[in-house]
Design a protein around this ligand. Structure first.
Ligand code: MFK
Length: 540
């Protein structure tokens, strides 16, 4: 870089190092939690993915962003074809996902309960360089879990090997079509019907948002007319194309024009007799498809943290290069104060999300106790809603760390912010998820499990310098536990109006205890914990 005042002044861009090797917070967490033999086995692959994420994947993502999907409705001869063309980069990112086992890692279960955690770290490294190709991977993972839990042997054999393949030629993805014109949050107005014809289901209706419409499979909801006159909602699985590659009675009406996630094809569809298979308990479609939602919500949280990390990595590197007022940004106390606050938010979010991965891994391998399962059900919506808002705020601040450059399209930074913005919308908005938290705590086990886990962690906090924070965390927990009863007593709407504050309080307080434990074990500095606790833990 030449000196300021020089007519040829050129700024040095921010650069990324290996995204695994360079991540001190992740490294410390893994060392502190994962058994040494597991870590030894997974580390080389993570390091390779950390390099890939800052190498060829960046080129693929740039190509995918530069060439958004295009819908070709008719061929040259007037034949309706409804072909969605995607960029070369997007296809290559699918290939990388298969090769890296972004979905498969969780189901091969090579490391027992740690397999899901291992996969979370892979998603975390893959996502910010993937032009959000993680979206189809999330839905594919949710579909795999649904099949594992609810499908019969034939269907499992037909579809699961594709969804879990590491061979890009064999690998399939799955969509998840829940949203109709009547609503994305409230699916009770679903109008698609499943009619039985010659003993097999066919679907008829419109789907208003279908993400990753180039997938081979989809799970969806429809009114099951086999059940009763009203047709309760059941869950169905379908293949989008026949063996010749023609759509199975599906019309693609148009592609969505979105604020972000521009490389991802999202379409409006009409199903005109699409063959489908019912999966799960008839008439309990919402409960069955919630299996997908809980997986995709966990992905959402991992992705949110991964964007925070990417933004911070860029801003930290830039602070060592950019000069203003005669000094590097990293020599400017206020700039560094801002970065330190962001780092504390990121560190908290990463601890929360990795804890979710531990719990999910235990649940899926039969290693979870009742408390683990209850805590997992509670923390899934909490982590999703909380980290989504954190990511938007953090990445917005990161753009500011670059000044005007952060607002320039060709730096790639605006795309980061646009892609973060969807995280608090899809897979359940902040308010819908806050209401889900109320649904969860209707059963006493959820808050009992939270309290038990926090008390266990608080009990081992011995360091005198953590004593004051220990008391604050304990006080916040007490308020959280008391709130549902006091809110319920103070009026019909009080629980609902307080639901968001309640969910945020759980997120900040539970994360505080995770950070306190990490500080006690010297995995993070106590300064990070102090910063985290500067924002009130309980906001009730
Ligand atoms: C980058 C990573 C992510 C990428 C993926 C992006 C893909 C984007 C595609 C989409 O955005 S797809 C659309 C996503 N849609 C949603 O997330 C829906 C948001 N709305 C809700 O979550 C509502 O709360 C809900 C639809 C569930 C409300 O429906 P109902 O029918 O009014 O719920 P109800 O009656 O309370 O619950 C029905 C059953 O489901 C109950 O069980 P029982 O039948 O045993 O009583 C509930 O306990 C159960 N249930 C609901 N949510 C659950 C759940 N069970 C487990 N986990 C949950 N989360």
């Amino acid at each position: 870089m030449t000196t300021i005042g020089d007519r040829d002044f050129i700024q040095a861009p921010a650069e990324l190092a290996n995204q695994f090797a360079d991540d001190a917070v992740l490294q410390a967490w893994l060392k502190g939690h994962v058994p040494a033999e597991v870590l030894r086995e997974i580390q080389p692959g993570l390091e390779a993915l950390g390099a890939r994420a800052v190498g060829e994947m960046l080129d693929m993502a740039a190509d995918a962003e530069a060439h958004p999907p295009v819908l070709v409705s008719y061929d040259a001869w007037g034949q309706r074809v409804d072909r969605i063309q995607v960029a070369r980069g997007w296809k290559e990112l699918h290939r990388v996902a298969a090769e890296e086992g972004i979905v498969a890692t969780a189901y091969e279960r090579r490391h027992g309960p740690w397999s899901r955690l291992h996969q979370f770290v892979r998603i975390y490294l893959y996502n910010p360089s993937s032009a959000i190709c993680t979206c189809p991977m999330a839905m594919t993972d949710g579909a795999a879990r649904v099949l594992e839990l609810h499908a019969d042997a034939d269907l499992k054999q037909r579809w699961l090997p594709h969804l879990l393949s590491r061979d890009p030629q064999h690998f399939w993805t799955s969509g998840q079509w829940m949203t109709e014109r009547s609503g994305g949050s409230d699916v009770s107005g679903t109008a698609t019907v499943a009619l039985l014809e010659n003993g097999a289901y066919r679907l008829h209706g419109d789907k208003w948002f279908t993400s990753a419409t180039t997938s081979e499979l989809a799970l969806t909801l429809a009114r099951d007319e086999a059940l009763d006159a009203d047709g309760k909602l059941s869950m169905f699985g379908l293949e989008l194309r026949d063996p010749q590659g023609r759509l199975n009675n599906i019309r693609v009406n148009r592609l969505k024009d979105k604020l972000g996630t521009r490389a991802l094809p999202t379409a409006e569809l009409t199903l005109t007799g699409t063959p489908a298979v019912r999966i799960g308990t008839p008439g309990h479609g919402v409960r069955n498809i919630a299996t997908v939602l809980n997986i995709t919500r966990a992905y959402n949280a991992v992705c949110a943290v991964s964007y925070m990390r990417r933004g911070l990595a860029l801003a930290q590197d830039y602070a060592g290069k950019r000069q203003a007022f005669g000094k590097l940004l990293r020599e400017q106390p206020l700039h560094m104060e801002t970065l330190s606050d962001l780092h504390a938010e990121f560190t908290g979010a990463l601890h929360l999300v990795l804890q979710l991965g531990v719990l999910l891994g235990r649940d899926e391998t039969g290693a979870a106790g009742g408390d683990d399962r209850a805590l997992l059900r509670l923390l899934t919506p909490v982590a999703k809603l909380f980290t989504a808002k954190q990511a938007i705020a953090c990445v917005s601040e990161v753009l500011e760390c670059f000044g005007g450059q952060g607002y320039m399209e060709d730096t790639g930074l605006p795309a980061l912010l646009r892609d973060c913005q969807v995280l608090s919308i899809w897979e359940g908005t902040t308010n819908v998820l806050s209401l889900d938290v109320l649904r969860v705590i209707e059963k006493p086990e959820a808050l009992e499990a939270l309290a038990a886990d926090m008390q266990r962690q608080l009990a081992v906090l011995q360091r005198p310098d953590l004593a004051v924070l220990r008391v604050s965390i304990q006080r916040a927990l007490k308020e959280i536990l008391a709130w549902p009863r006091s809110a319920a007593a103070s009026g019909a709407d009080a629980l609902e109006t307080g639901a968001r504050r309640f969910a945020f309080s759980i997120a900040r307080t539970y994360t505080a205890v995770l950070l306190a434990t990490a500080a006690q074990n010297r995995q993070i500095s106590s300064e990070v914990l102090q910063r985290w606790c500067r924002t009130p833990l309980c906001q009730l």
